[in-house]
Write a protein that binds this ligand. Structure first.
Ligand code: ZN
Length: 140
């Protein structure tokens, strides 16, 4: 399989831009994420909280945007958080990323620009599997 080379600077810039759109009135903790497809497209997301504590993580917004646009293969996800913090995905996001983006590289970026590199398999070594059920089995 030939993959596009991974240039993380545009991915990090996209995650930083998404970070600016975070809606976090409850926690004040803002997150931006950018997901790169195997075609080189970048889909972004920010965390979104409501006043009654419902919400969604930046990583899932980016993943769901990409899936809803028809993308099915993903290379890397950059996540930007508050200054001095490398924020890994929560458990729910890890499960969904493992299911829809096997082999995904995850780059954690703090607001100073320092990075930590992981794979989804590193972050979720003991995954919940649903047997042979595949997420795209019925329509792809
Ligand atoms: Zn999450």
């Amino acid at each position: 399989m030939s993959e596009q080379p991974l240039d993380i600077q545009p991915l990090i810039k996209a995650a930083e831009a998404a970070y600016q759109h975070a809606v976090a009135p409850s926690s004040g903790f803002r997150v931006g994420a950018a997901l790169q497809t195997d075609h080189g497209a970048i889909l972004t997301g920010c965390n979104i909280e409501s006043p009654v504590y419902l919400g969604i993580c930046a990583e899932r917004v980016a993943l769901f945007k990409a899936l809803s646009e028809g993308f099915r293969k993903f290379l890397a996800l950059a996540i930007v958080c508050e200054e001095g913090v490398h924020c890994p995905p929560c458990g729910t996001c890890r499960q969904l990323l493992w299911e829809f983006a096997p082999g995904l590289k995850i780059i954690l970026v703090d607001k100073c620009g320092t990075t930590q590199w992981h794979t989804i398999e590193d972050l979720l070594p003991k995954v919940f599997e649903r047997g042979d059920r595949k997420p795209f089995k019925n329509n792809d």
